[in-house]
Ligand binder design. Structure first.
Ligand SMILES: [Zn+2]
Ligand SMILES: [Zn+2]
Length: 170
């Protein structure tokens, strides 16, 4: 999906656009996080040689929870905006976007941003308890009890014994 920012017409008049982008080529951990078409709708508005692009991307995320490793399939919405110039200048801010020949590649922009947001989005729920580091059990489903067991660092075992002995004499 491309927009020609040089063909938007008069300045300061937002021009709407909508369509779908295909991000099924993207791969993370051997899986495609966006196998279904991503709906994109927004506006592009020219002002003083820059173009402000605001868009909403609606997509279905397919991934694996980073904590408990369960599959995650979820509808998501991302609001994204960009300042675009046909040719960036030396002192243009780093997050501005270049559109060579006026052609802005919406697919590449949206793909990059959704990919970058994956880490934050890749949890089955905000308070996923994850896997037990001791026994590997999914702590959302079972209480393995590992964390309940008192663990004593061997370096403090002697001290602990000392304290126990002291307690005995009281
Ligand atoms: Zn999880
Ligand atoms: Zn455990």
């Amino acid at each position: 999906m491309r927009i020609n920012i040089l063909a938007l017409g008069p300045e300061e008049q937002p021009v709407p656009f909508a369509g779908t982008v295909d991000l099924s080529y993207m791969v993370r951990w051997g899986e495609a996080p966006f196998p279904e078409p991503v709906s994109v709708s927004g506006t592009a508005c020219r002002k003083h040689g820059q173009t402000l692009v605001e868009l909403e991307a609606q997509y279905t995320l397919h991934t694996i929870c980073a904590r408990c490793l369960q599959p995650v399939v979820r509808r998501e919405t991302a609001d994204l905006d960009y300042v675009v110039m046909e040719q960036l200048e030396q002192d243009s801010p780093q997050d501005w976007v270049e559109a060579p020949g006026g052609m802005l590649d919406i697919t590449a922009l949206v793909g990059e941003d959704l990919f970058l947001a994956l880490d934050a989005a890749s949890l089955c729920s905000k308070d996923c308890k994850g896997l037990c580091p001791a026994c590997g059990a999914d702590r959302n489903q079972t209480d393995c009890g590992c964390s309940a067991q008192k663990k004593i660092d061997p370096r403090f075992a002697a001290l602990s014994k000392l304290l126990d002995d002291k307690n005995d004499t009281q």
